[in-house]
Design a protein around this ligand. Structure first.
Ligand code: AMP
Length: 492
């Protein structure tokens, strides 16, 4: 069985209904059972008159099979969805809900989110239960190119940004995935990223388009490599998808017997270290190592290259590859611009930002990535960024969003955030904070400020260090002087 992303024949039958479709944190589903659950959920929503919704639906949970059931039900009903992992604190969920004006939450956890004015449905293995119901708005007409999902990324203004990805973009992406990567229906995709990050879209869409299998791995796998390795062995995982940082945690990947079923290591999201690729090739000579590059705003990835021995010998740093066929790249003043149908239709309700970042080239949507790069031998190379968007352990973070959260604390007069880098790679995020007079005297403890931040920021955005200072140095433009801040921090 597999899913086609054209709505005409959404589910196509094949003769292997017993094959595993999804292994979640909660339970496993064969293709037969998965397809039945998707249909049951659609039916339930129909009975409750919750189809044809105008506003995006929030799908909330952590690595549950039901999250995928909800995703595919939304695709089937052509209702845009926003995947949100429990890694986000409730205040952030509330913020996202309010930006998107969502009116329905499909909650796959056991704890209700209980957000006022929002209809909430609890999905568990045993039942689908309506928790609360409020009026919803209905779409008048389906747009020509309906949205499939919105992913919220860190925003420099302090508000998360909703990247809108349309059907055309997903179709272009899945066409590429199912043709140029050598994947097929026997593949077993090992998912690592949470569903609120677009890295997960690799597996979430591709397993469905191919009729393959997806193994969702929960947060415990981050802390305990054995858990994930056991799952790779148990399910005979064939495709590993992660950020390079995540793979580095798995230092024991070296000649690890339990990983021998893997045929592809697929990376995206940050610089692929030369050493990591080299070690993988040495230790898993039967497996391919693939580097891909792209932002959420261009549906997961736009370039691809298989890193073989020849590429390892020729290039350090490694290239990020060639453009996917339906898209192309322009490098203008060293900035990488992505052009093609995989480019987002824009951020939700952000006309000014859209004007800056999105444009049209040769009648195609184009996105100014803010990434610096160059082309050599027809290959794209990534050369860092010159703004405040950083990647730490694979997570995309706007430093300003952290500063905004700090400045929102009532005992803070001024907070600024900087990234400490080594060899161009971010190692640590630190904030320098000037407290209000009263608080200075009371001697605020570091734990308290981190705890207060955790109410609005996900754990990976909490600065690892906070330095209390008497003054935040400013430059000639009256802005925080990041260079001096760094020196001040290093002198501490
Ligand atoms: P995200 O939207 O979380 O996927 O982050 C996108 C950003 O991650 C890009 O704009 C790049 O700065 C960075 N990035 C993605 N893929 C790569 C890669 N293969 N090598 C270097 N940086 C990458």
């Amino acid at each position: 069985m597999k899913f086609s992303f054209t709505q005409k024949d959404f589910i196509e039958l094949n003769d292997n209904p017993e094959k595993l479709a999804v292994s979640g944190d909660d339970f496993d589903l064969s293709w037969d059972a998965f397809s039945e659950r998707v249909n049951q959920l659609c039916h339930f929503l129909q009975e409750e008159q919750l189809t044809e919704l105008e506003k995006p639906v929030i799908i909330y949970g952590h690595k549950s099979a039901n999250m995928l059931v909800a995703v595919y039900a939304m695709i089937k009903l052509q209702i845009p969805y926003i995947p949100i992992d429990i890694v986000y604190p409730k205040e952030r969920v509330v913020k996202i809900r309010s930006i998107a004006q969502s009116e329905l939450i499909l909650n796959t956890t056991e704890t209700p989110l209980d957000i006022a004015v929002c209809t909430e449905i609890m999905l568990s293995q045993q039942e689908t239960r309506l928790l609360q119901k409020f009026p919803v708005s209905y779409r008048k007409k389906l747009p020509d190119d309906p949205l499939i999902y919105l992913i919220f990324t860190s925003g420099s203004t302090g508000e998360p940004k909703g990247v809108q990805i349309s059907t055309e973009a997903v179709q272009s992406f899945t066409r590429w995935m199912t043709s140029d990567f050598g994947f097929h229906s026997d593949d077993v995709f090992m998912n690592t990223a949470v569903l609120s990050f677009d890295l997960s879209v690799f597996e979430v869409m591709t397993f469905g388009a191919l009729g393959a299998s997806i193994i969702l791995n929960n947060k415990n796998c981050y802390a305990d490599p054995d858990l994930l390795m056991d799952r790779v062995q148990r399910y005979q995982g064939s495709v590993w998808v992660s950020t390079p940082s995540f793979a580095l945690i798995y230092s024991r990947m070296k000649e690890e017997k339990r990983l021998q079923s893997l045929k592809t290591f697929l990376f995206c999201g940050e610089v692929l270290p030369h050493d990591l690729a080299k070690n993988l090739l040495n230790n898993y000579s039967h497996a391919k190592v693939i580097n891909t590059y792209g932002p959420t705003e261009a549906t997961v990835a736009t370039t691809i290259i298989e890193i073989d021995q020849d590429i390892i010998d020729r290039y350090n740093p490694l290239p990020v590859g060639y453009s996917k066929p339906e898209s192309h790249l322009v490098v203008e003043d060293e900035e990488i611009i992505i052009v093609g149908p995989n480019v987002s239709t824009g951020y939700l309700n952000a006309p000014e930002l859209n004007q800056q970042k999105f444009t049209n080239i040769d009648g195609l949507r184009a996105f100014r990535t803010g990434d610096q790069g160059y082309l050599e031998d027809g290959l794209l190379f990534f050369n860092g960024r010159n703004d405040d968007l950083v990647k730490l352990h694979g997570y995309r973070i706007e430093l300003n969003e952290i500063s905004r959260a700090i400045n929102d604390l009532d005992y803070v007069l001024h907070g600024e955030t900087i990234a400490l880098k080594r060899g161009g790679i971010v190692k640590k995020i630190v904030s320098l904070v000037k407290l209000s007079k009263n608080e200075e005297q009371k001697g605020l403890d570091l734990k308290q400020i981190k705890q207060d931040l955790s109410l609005t920021l996900p754990p990976y955005m909490i600065p690892s260090d906070i330095l209390f200072v008497e003054e935040i140095p400013l430059n000639q433009n009256g802005k925080a002087d990041k260079k001096q801040l760094l020196e001040r921090y290093l002198r501490r």
